[in-house]
Ligand binder design. Sequence first.
Ligand SMILES: *Cc1c(COP(=O)(O)O)cnc(C)c1O
Length: 356
Amino acid sequence: MEIEYVKAKTLKEKPAWDQNLGFGKYFTDYMFTMDWTVEKGWHNAKIEPYAPICMDPAAMVLHYAQETFEGLKAYKTKDGRILLFRPEMNARRFANSNRRLCMEVLPEDMFVEAIEKLVAYESDWIPTAEGTSLYIRPFMFANEAAVGVHPSNAYKFVIILSPVGAYYPEGVNPVKIFVEDEYVRATKGGTGFTKCGGNYAASIAAQVKAEKLGYTQVLWLDGVERKYVEEVGTMNVMFKIDGKIVTAPCDGTVLPGVTRDSIIHLLKSWGYEVEERHLAIDDLMEAGKTGHLEEAFGTGTAAVISPVGELNYKGEIVTINNFKTGELTQKLYDTLTGIQWGNVEDNFGWTRVVKK
Ligand SMILES: *Cc1c(COP(=O)(O)O)cnc(C)c1O
């Protein structure tokens, strides 16, 4: 891929890495941009100063929401190497999302190369304090100026970068989850398996409702019967019941998380039985009340692992593991973050070194 480098006139002042970086608050000096049109295909690849994107008010994304995105992180190891974690999985998922939304599919090798080039160019922006990383947000949107529903004949692919703080500055902490029995996120035949902005737009009402009630996120049930457990707001979710791990299958309505897949591999390598199956919310609550539900946790790039300490379903409350982080949950967190930051040996070949 031929990339044009456009220099910034001035560079931003970087925040202190050990301060509260938060999530998605700071953005780096440069972004990657590339255009696609029917006539030219992919062209105009640039690493240019981070700046507002100029677009026509009739740009189709603003009307019909043809937009997809990804999320992954770059990590700096103690010996100064830069690691990505399974970026080829994000590349494949991005292609699947785009296919479903009838958007142009970005070749997977170009997706990974664009990330590597931008991260290498901005490597000074990868924070080094304990638990920090550089969040990578690739996205694509319909850029044709036309009001009328059809697949756009122009797209823009962009990557922005954001240094992010430790998710758990005071150690891993359980969260309270509200089981949503009114709104739904996805149904078979819909876009549940894609990372598209529209899925999130539709989910915000439930998130607002949960927050008002004092809960961090919602647990989604299936869109037809509102009977089976699917996933948490921005995470897949797993339950340890009688020593076995149960999680929803990726059969169209659940987002196939990279963290989910990695956790399943780790668990199996440790000899755990993992069941990818439909789990009824009634059975889950019953397991919680009778002491069979031993641990519960969400999995996703931002938090990696997020222990669930409480579930509220129709006003009935179940507390899990006395609202403490479970032993297995903690071990999974330590192992996976250890691999990602280069402190634990990567026996799976998951990490990818970025050449500077
Ligand atoms: C991104 C996302 C996840 C987690 O995926 P990871 O690849 O592990 O970050 C889970 N559920 C939803 C709805 C998501 O958007």
